[in-house]
Design a protein around this ligand. Structure first.
Ligand SMILES: O=P(O)(O)O[C@H]1O[C@H](CO)[C@@H](O)[C@H]1O
Ligand SMILES: O=c1cc[nH]c(=O)[nH]1
Length: 238
């Protein structure tokens, strides 16, 4: 039965879902990599599809931007549709010199100022964590595919435009954050409370160090290295 945000019937969504923030990034991956895709969601234009990659069933769905949005979709996927594993595939801004534009980061923790986890279940800490088993699988897969990744702490921010600019050096120094995005703290938390698996792969689209950034079109359709790592990890981990 449908939810208020996802129109799919039970069984139409695979056990493993890849989630970019951008629904058009979801469509790009589906068009390029999936066999026989079927669209299961168009509510609010949050496009979701199920198809096959190398013969294995997999779903790809946009999460929207920010923790409230991925909080809703990931919760419904895990608790209502029987999804076991979500791998976020996002863009991020680098806070450190050695993580450069187009580098791929695998989050080993997410620091946040957000109240998401406290409101959701009373969790008071400011870091949440991915599934260890899933992360170590992705890490092994990256080695096997000769894809270089940084395993690092992510800053999950509620605010894209910070007055006066983000004090990123303080976030690096005080919390070990290496890059910023806006969803993984909530995704990791939902997976934790529901006993499911979550991980977050990011491609660097902006650098706080060099001020470089890539276009909206590139954020939609140029993250193939991360996409291949996510697809290969998803089908192997199932
Ligand atoms: O490219 P996505 O996956 O949306 O991720 C990042 O991009 C958006 C901001 O531009 C935020 O959602 C942030 O987390
Ligand atoms: O949240 C984000 C995502 C990409 N780039 C940023 O600077 N912040």
């Amino acid at each position: 039965m449908a939810t208020a945000h996802i129109q799919a019937e039970f069984g139409e969504i695979a056990k493993t879902v890849l989630m970019p923030g951008d629904p058009l990034r979801a469509k790009y991956i589906v068009d390029k990599y999936l066999e026989n895709p079927i669209q299961f969601n168009s509510v609010r234009n949050m496009l979701g599809y199920t198809g096959h990659y190398k013969g294995k069933k997999i779903s790809i769905m946009g999460s929207g931007m920010g923790m409230p949005s991925i909080g809703i979709y990931s919760y419904e996927l895990f608790s209502h549709y029987g999804v076991d594993t979500i791998i976020r595939i996002g863009s991020a801004g680098s806070y450190v010199e050695n993580i450069k534009i187009y580098d791929v980061v695998l989050g080993n923790s997410a620091y946040s100022e957000s109240s998401y986890a406290k409101v959701q279940s009373g969790y008071e800490k400011d870091k949440s964590y991915p599934s260890e088993k899933l992360n170590s699988y992705i890490s092994k897969k990256a080695l096997e595919l000769n894809i270089s990744i940084h395993e690092a702490c992510i800053h999950s921010s509620d605010v894209f435009y910070v007055k006066g600019g983000t004090d990123y050096k303080k976030l690096v120094q005080d919390h070990g954050c290496t890059c910023v995005e806006m969803e993984s703290f909530a995704l990791f938390h939902n997976a934790q409370v529901l006993g499911k698996n979550a991980a977050c792969l990011l491609t660097i689209s902006d650098s706080f160090i060099t001020q470089e950034n890539i276009s909206a079109k590139e954020r939609q359709s140029s993250f193939d290295t991360m996409m291949i790592l996510a697809l290969e990890s998803a089908i192997g981990f199932q």
